[in-house]
Ligand binder design. Structure first.
Ligand code: 9D3
Length: 247
C-alpha cells in the first residue's frame, strides 16, 4: 500500500511513523508512506497557504490552489481515495480501518487553522474522516491514528498473522483480563482457572469475562451483536447476578 500525507507540519509525523509496528512495516516495504508539505506547492512569492475568510469572521482558511496542486501531484493522473481529515467527517472505526486497508493507494489531507476552502471538499475530496467528537488543532494527529489502525491490517504488519481478527473490536466485545508472572503480586493472585491447563475452561472463562466487561463498561457494543445461545445464557446469568448485587 502507498499512503501520501499532505500537511503543513510533516515534522509532526516523524516519531509515530518511524517507531514500532508502523516503522517496521515501512522498513519491510509493507507500506510506502510519503509526507508532503503543502507549502511546497504554494508558488506565489510568499508561499501563502491560508487567507482571511470571505464574508469575515475569525481565523484563517486554507487556500485551494496549493492543496489542489499537491493532490494532483501525488495522484499523477491515477485515482485513489482522497481523504480529508475533518471534524465533519464520518467517525473513524475498526471497520473503516479494515475497509481502507483494502485500497492500494490512499491520499490523506490534513487541515489546520479553522478549516479549508469549501471547493477542496467539493472537487477534490472523496471522503472525510473524523476521529471523534472533540476539537483538535489540526488533522495531523487524526491522520496518524488512521495510518496506525490501517497498517495493522496489512498482511505481515503484525508478527502474529491472525491477531487482527481476534482483536476485541473485531469480535465486537471488550478484551478479557490478562495476567503474566508472577502468580502472586502484592497479595493479588492470578485466577486459578488460568493455571489449570484446562483449555476449554479457560476459553469459557475468558468469554464470560469479555461479556461481563462489555455489559458493564460498553453496553452499546452488545446492541446488534450476533451472540450464540451459550453467550446469551451467560449474559442472562451475569445480568441476574448484577441485579442481585443491587438489592
Ligand atoms: C470553527 C468550527 N470548528 C469546527 C468544530 C472548526 C475547526 C476546528 C478544528 C476546524 C478544524 C479543526 C481542526 N481539527 C481537525 O482538522 C480534525 C479533527 C478534530 O478536530 N477532531 C476529531 N477529528 C478530526 S479530523 C480533523
Amino acid at each position: 500500500m502507498r499512503i501520501d500525507v499532505l500537511t503543513l507540519f510533516p515534522e509532526m509525523f516523524q516519531g509515530p511513523l518511524d517507531t514500532s509496528i508502523v516503522g517496521r512495516a515501512r522498513a519491510a516495504g509493507i507500506v510506502d508512506i510519503h509526507l508532503w508539505n503543502i507549502r511546497d506547492f504554494a508558488h506565489d512569492r510568499h508561499r501563502q497557504v491560508d487567507d482571511y475568510p470571505f464574508g469575515g469572521g475569525a481565523g484563517m482558511v486554507m487556500k485551494p490552489e496549493p492543496v489542489f496542486k499537491a493532490v494532483r501531484h501525488v495522484l499523477g493522473g491515477e485515482t485513489a481515495p482522497v481523504i480529508l481529515m475533518s471534524p465533519q467527517g464520518e467517525v473513524f472505526s475498526h471497520r473503516l480501518a479494515e475497509e481502507l486497508s483494502q485500497e492500494k493507494h490512499l491520499v490523506l489531507v490534513c487541515g489546520h487553522y479553522e478549516g479549508v476552502d469549501e471547493r477542496i471538499r467539493e472537487a477534490l475530496v472523496t471522503r472525510q474522516i473524523s476521529i471523534g467528537d472533540y476539537v483538535l488543532t489540526g488533522g495531523e494527529l487524526p491522520a496518524m491514528v488512521v495510518i496506525d489502525a490501517v497498517v495493522r491490517f496489512l498482511p505481515g504488519a503484525l508478527g502474529d498473522a491472525g491477531a487482527v481478527h481476534t482483536d476485541s473490536f473485531a469480535q465486537g466485545l471488550l478484551e478479557y483480563p490478562q495476567y503474566t508472572r508472577p502468580r502472586e503480586f502484592e497479595g493479588m493472585k492470578v485466577p486459578e482457572v488460568l493455571l489449570s491447563g484446562n483449555h476449554q475452561r479457560i476459553a469459557q472463562w475468558r468469554r464470560e469475562q469479555a461479556l461481563r466487561r462489555t455489559l458493564l463498561l460498553r453496553p452499546d457494543l452488545l446492541e446488534g451483536l450476533e451472540l450464540s445461545e451459550e453467550d446469551r445464557q451467560l449474559l442472562a446469568t451475569i445480568k441476574e447476578e448484577l441485579e442481585q448485587a443491587d438489592e
